[in-house]
Design a protein around this ligand. Sequence first.
Ligand SMILES: [Zn+2]
Length: 251
Amino acid sequence: MTKIIILGSANSIADAQHENTHLAIQEDKAFILVDCVGTPIVRLEQAGLDFNQLHNLILTHSHPDHISGVPLLLMNMWLLGRKHPLNIFGLKETLALIQNLMDAYEWSKWPNFFSVNFCVLPAEKMSLALETDELRIFTSPVKHLLPTLGLRVESKRNQKIFAYSCDTEPCPAVEELAADANILIHEATGEALGHSSARQAGEVAQRAKANSLYLIHYNPRDENYHKLPQQAQESFQGPVTLAEDFMEIEI
Ligand SMILES: [Zn+2]
């Protein structure tokens, strides 16, 4: 069974109940991590995920609320005796920043460090980024404040489709990623440069003919955040759910 585990649902300012937005895609014997923040080893344990089953990390873009956990993840895996390689996928700008960050920590001096493979994804529409036994993952550049990727995940087992906007303004690329998707997880930061409101997320879901919409990357410090699904429902006819930390969504 493949499922999505929401590891964080907040925008860039987390609170005690909402970590910054990131998620895991769990397959039978492995999981894929999409973005990495906070203290990742603890978060994965809390979600019931064995970090030894993490082989592929996809980074959507290089803002700190999406990638700041990478150095600690790598260091903790190394200290816990990891031997097998980790693949890190992202746009060239994102991977260059991670390399610079790790160079600042002088990771070349960490003895017996496991290998990290940087897998550069092209800034092209619907690129096949990663294929596993169970899934095909496509990426497209979306419209944010710096180079950013959205995702389309297709299950080879049951042909179900899950799309993830990451941080973006409404744009045709997200509609294409979400076309006829069973599940669209879309950001709802609010209407601003490089971001979307819940109503705009609903419009995108409606145009893409998605079956269901989950709102993520919202402001948990706004006392009205529970009303976001109602706002999306003004423009989207399908079910709308507010993503919460540790929520599990079956694909
Ligand atoms: Zn961002």
